[in-house]
Design a protein around this ligand. Structure first.
Ligand SMILES: Cc1cc2nc3c(=O)[nH]c(=O)nc-3n(C[C@H](O)[C@H](O)[C@H](O)COP(=O)(O)O)c2cc1C
Length: 362
């Protein structure tokens, strides 16, 4: 069985190890969703990862409801990302852009118009704005024409990602955002061919992936899912059935790799009181599967040993340990992440976590 430090191919990407940096929203761009020099330093520091998955990045104004999160729909955003991808490559790394539409979780005060979703629903929590959190707004169900337009927005953002120097993209299909609002039946009440059966609920995702694959190559396209547990008010009544069918669809269209947040019931991020469905998905999806949430060196390696995962995505450990790969390799102690600076502005808690001291000369 592979070791965390063994190489792995994720589609067109030859990754030197199986330690992937999970997507992490950090709120360090400007209000136009444009990154500056701080993000260059942050990602450069983490280039030892087998693969960096960028923070969730808006595909359109309509889809971006997180203050100071970056986008990939405008020319200025593309220009802001270029030094980031160049720095990661210069340091020997690889980076894909996580493409994000938040659907019903976008407050209209962010400037994207009324929120949209699979159905006219709203999330359970107050929504982010630049003036603090505000009461959720009921989304409008996307029409069929609008679904085609949103698919086009994903494809446009994927093309921009490549122009910005990314090695590929990961579609954000997890965590209760727009794709997940279509996929899981608690948020999808449509009676057309985008709702009802699992095949219909995954149609939107399928069109996005085929659109992106046609534009930038399927070998540069990846996907994140969170099949189990409620998040942002989205859940499924039959996750194993739904996601085994999703996995079969991914196999059919030739998606090269899949990464999933499958937390346990004691997760300190968003817990799920449901057993993993990834083993059932592995039966029908032949590409590498990466797993995430609350994992460390031993538990991550144990998933590789058991054949349950092919690579491991680490989130908070990468926030606090820019040199996580080295620390795992040397079994060195880890810095603890500080949640107070997860989404704060500025350098603190972003680019100032200490690296291990150089090993003393013998
Ligand atoms: C500060 C923070 C920001 C996050 N941002 C994203 C994101 O942009 N996209 C995403 O898919 N997941 C996001 N997540 C979830 C992480 O990718 C990961 O699933 C979670 O942290 C659990 O993994 P860990 O236990 O290794 O930290 C975020 C988590 C944290 C703590």
């Amino acid at each position: 069985m592979p070791n965390l430090f063994d190489p792995i191919d994720l589609g067109d990407l030859a990754c030197p190890n199986r330690i992937v940096m999970a997507p992490l929203t950090r709120g360090r761009a400007d209000r136009a969703g444009v990154h500056g020099p701080l993000a260059v330093e942050y990602y450069r520091q983490r280039a030892d990862a087998g693969l960096i998955i960028s923070e969730a990045t808006g595909i359109s104004r309509e889809g971006l409801g997180w203050p100071y999160a970056p986008g990939l729909w405008s020319e200025r955003q593309v220009e802001g990302w270029k030094p980031v991808t160049e720095a990661v490559h210069a340091a020997g790394g690889r980076i894909v852009a996580q493409l994000w539409h938040m659907g019903r979780l976008v407050h209209p005060d962010l400037g994207g118009g009324p929120p949209v979703s699979a159905s006219a629903t709203r999330g359970p929590h107050r929504l982010h704005t630049y003036e603090g959190k505000k009461d959720p707004v009921t989304a409008r169900a996307l029409t069929r024409d609008e679904i085609a337009r949103v698919v086009g927005d994903y494809v446009h953002a994927a093309a921009n990602a490549i122009r910005a120097g990314f090695d590929g993209v990961q579609v954000h299909g997890a965590n209760g955002y727009l794709v997940d609002q279509f996929l899981r039946d608690s948020a999808n009440h449509r009676d057309d061919d985008y709702g009802g059966s699992a095949e219909n609920r995954m149609r939107f995702l399928r069109e996005i992936l085929l659109g992106i694959g046609g534009e930038i190559g399927m070998g540069r396209t990846g996907l994140r899912l969170s099949p189990i547990g409620e998040v942002n008010g989205v859940d499924d009544s039959a996750p194993e059935d739904t996601f085994t069918k999703v996995a079969a669809m991914l196999e059919e269209i030739g998606l090269p790799w899949l990464e999933m947040r499958e937390p346990g019931d004691e997760s300190s991020f968003v817990a799920a009181a449901h057993e993993r469905v990834s083993p059932a998905m592995q039966e029908v999806f032949s590409g590498p599967i990466g797993l995430n949430s609350d994992l460390d060196r031993a538990s991550g390696q144990a998933l590789l040993d058991a054949g349950t995962a092919d690579f491991i995505a680490f989130g908070r450990p990468f926030i606090a340990n820019p040199d996580l790969v080295r620390r795992l390799r040397e079994d060195a102690p880890l810095n603890a992440p500080d949640p107070a600076t997860f989404y704060s502005r500025g350098a603190e808690g972003y680019v100032d976590y200490p690296q291990l001291e150089e090993a003393p000369a013998r």
